[in-house]
Ligand binder design. Structure first.
Ligand SMILES: *Cc1c(COP(=O)(O)O)cnc(C)c1O
Length: 461
């Protein structure tokens, strides 16, 4: 067999010019977004006060298989894409596995993650609609950074509600967003009705993505039509934009004469995983190939592995539509000692449906196991991974170790979503031995499930 290079970069000309809509390949569609009051499916006009119109259309379009990437978006993509597909030779050696491990590296941009792929698209559509700016939430800060970059490029304002514990733990994230002129508010804040309510009920709260979403949505709705709310994960439109990851991966692997037996990705809200697997899952759904698809999540926020498949709010303040997804309940707030990211209570409705129908698997790991994998990876492959990405590394390592046991030379592809330079407090805590693991008890989880909406659709939960 010919020697496979360490890194494969597609050329600019080979970069896909269309996104791929995974829903178009699904035998059954995910359940629709519904209005929490009427319980009726939402149309574009219902979503238009919150979302940009083109994005609302993308959100609800389950049939168009390919969507042209606008020229202006492609121009920005070209500044940091195509991203490399890397063969993890050194990691393979360290593990002594016969498996061939590849990873798609999305950390080659200032946001340090894949999130820029959707931020650029969303900012572009907001600009085209004539809006003055957008509002959003950010947890660890990667999405806020990505969106700030995109907004500053297209000349839009960017109001970021940042989960309070991250705001305090990651001052440099704030500074990076400042470089791009974003305004960053720790959430929950006193600047919104939703924030004041959450603080009144829970004064000491360190915040959650769900709280920050409530605030950002409110800020958009109150802007007199000049701004819209944008979200960096979970939504169908975000998975659409992130399909560029999977499309490039598939193309690059084809050039190497490879096809993955297993595709592994970390899952917070599901955007990188949904994007990475899109073309491979389509092959699987259409019976062309049969790769295994594995989602990896933290044991402290186990939406797939211990959540319920139910209609739930996408936010804590219960101002968003209801989505049917694997969820821990919008009232669930992961333990503050969990530093590994992926803290969202819910999961992409597309991935939730695929998981529910048996097309993918999910595993969870404790954060100390994840950081152990991160450190091994950094030492062998020379990239310091984001803790989120390290979940996928851990998943891929375990798949490779299974191959070592069975002697099978499988091809493993995983998504390395970003770099961890802003997570050094977490690394320090791991290295000094002070990192603790937290796994919620069934009783802890029950409190979150009690917050699920009591509607007929959820009667079997
Ligand atoms: C946000 C983020 C994730 C998780 O989000 P998904 O929507 O599940 O992809 C994973 N890795 C990095 C580096 C991130 O910034």
């Amino acid at each position: 067999m010919k020697k496979i290079p360490h890194r494969l970069y597609l050329t600019e000309d080979q970069m896909p010019r269309q996104w791929f809509n995974l829903r178009s390949a699904m035998p059954e569609q995910p359940d629709p977004l519904i209005h929490p009051g009427t319980l009726q499916p939402l149309g574009v006009s219902d979503l238009a006060p919150i979302f940009c119109e083109e994005l609302a259309k993308q959100e609800l379009d389950g049939t168009t298989p390919h969507v042209d990437i606008p020229e202006e978006v492609l121009e920005v993509y070209k500044m940091y894409r195509p991203s490399p597909l890397i063969r993890a030779y050194e990691l393979e050696k360290a593990l002594g596995t016969p498996a061939r491990i590849y990873y798609k590296f999305e950390g080659n941009n200032t946001s340090g993650s894949h999130k820029l792929n959707s931020a650029v698209a969303q900012a572009y559509y907001a600009k085209m609609q004539g809006l003055t700016g957008v509002t959003t939430e950010t947890g660890a800060g990667q999405w806020g950074t990505a969106l700030s970059e995109a907004c500053s490029y297209f000349g839009l304002t960017c109001d970021v509600y940042m989960v309070k514990c991250s705001y305090e733990q990651k001052p440099f994230r704030k500074a990076v967003m400042g470089v791009f002129n974003a305004s960053v508010t720790p959430s929950p804040s006193m600047t919104t009705e939703a924030g004041r309510k959450i603080l009144a009920e829970n004064p000491g709260t360190t915040g959650s993505l769900g709280c920050a979403i409530s605030e950002a949505v409110e800020a958009a709705v109150q802007s007199g039509g000049k701004k819209r709310y944008v979200l960096g994960s979970v939504l169908n439109q975000v998975l659409l934009h992130q399909s560029i990851i999977g499309l490039e991966s598939k193309l690059a692997m084809e050039q190497l004469g490879e096809y993955p037996d297993v595709v592994v990705g970390c899952s917070g809200g599901g955007s990188n995983l949904g994007g990475l697997i899109a073309p491979f899952m389509a092959d699987k759904l259409q019976g062309v190939k049969n790769p295994r698809i594995v989602a990896v999540e933290p044991a402290s926020c186990p939406s797939f592995t211990r959540g319920k498949y139910a209609y739930d709010f996408c936010d804590t303040g219960k101002v968003t539509p209801l989505a049917r997804m694997y969820t821990l309940g919008s009232g669930f707030i992961p333990s503050a000692n969990h530093a590994g990211g992926l803290r969202y209570h819910g999961m992409s409705p597309i991935l939730s449906k695929l998981y529910h129908d048996g097309y993918m698997e999910a595993v969870s790991y404790k954060q100390s196991q994840v950081f152990e994998a991160a450190v091994l990876f950094a030492k062998r492959e020379t990239i310091l991974p984001a803790p989120e990405s390290a979940h996928a590394i851990k998943g891929a390592i375990d798949e490779a170790l299974k191959c070592k046991e069975t002697g099978e030379a499988k091809t493993i592809l995983f998504g390395l979503t970003g770099t961890g330079y802003f997570d050094m407090t977490a690394y320090e805590s791991y290295l000094s031995g002070s990192m603790t693991d937290y796994v919620p008890t069934d009783e802890d989880l029950q409190k979150g499930f009690d917050s699920l909406p009591k509607i007929p659709q959820n009667k079997n939960i």
